[in-house]
Design a binder for this molecule. Structure first.
Ligand code: GDP
Ligand code: MG
Length: 165
């Protein structure tokens, strides 16, 4: 498969909301293997005539800190192997969370293009907060303020994503 976009990030930042918006009514193919790293939803999306597959990663189980770190590493590494473009999602309303830094450590090693998605940027004030995530140091990648709930900012993001396809 080609043209694959993976959405990674800690729980509750809005990954599934963006996934559902991108995939729309098209039925997502569920990976029925459950577990820490294998809970992945795949869906087909289209933007300006270009088709691509979106992976919604998730599937955390509670465990010790070590297990959690390992789960993050595996989740992101699998996504990075499989995808052509990585969307690393954070929550503008919460600022940089320790788990965001955990993800950033792994994502930074990606040789694939990575975009930081500052989600929940529902208002113009929140859009301005997005700049604070440059401190995550994700190479030279851009930060896209987005509201997955309203769709604001997703056009600019998708223009950047499909430029790789
Ligand atoms: P995930 O765990 O990363 O998949 O996050 P979800 O997609 O399940 O969303 C977590 C929560 O954030 C839900 O209550 C969503 O309704 C909410 N949410 C997602 N996107 C937005 C957004 O753009 N703005 C706001 N205000 N809330 C959002
Ligand atoms: Mg989810």
């Amino acid at each position: 498969m080609s043209n694959i976009v993976a959405i990674v990030g800690r729980p509750n930042v809005g990954k599934s909301t963006l996934f559902n918006r991108l995939v729309g009514e098209r039925k997502a193919i569920m990976d029925d293997q459950s577990g820490v790293t294998r809970d992945r939803h795949y869906g087909r999306a289209e933007w300006i005539g270009k088709y691509f597959t979106v992976i919604d990663t998730g599937g955390y189980v509670s465990g010790s800190e070590d297990v959690f770190e390992e789960a993050i590493r595996e989740q992101v590494q699998l996504a990075m192997e499989e995808a052509n473009v990585i969307l690393f999602m954070v929550d503008v309303t919460e600022g940089i969370h320790p788990l965001d830094e955990e993800f950033a450590r792994v994502v930074r090693k990606s040789k694939k293009p990575v975009y930081v998605i500052a989600n929940k940027a529902d208002t113009s004030e929140r859009v301005h907060w997005a700049g604070s995530f440059y401190a995550l140091g994700i190479g030279d990648s851009e930060i896209f303020p987005v509201s997955s709930q309203s769709g604001a900012g997703t056009g600019e993001l998708l223009d950047a994503v499909v430029s790789h396809f």
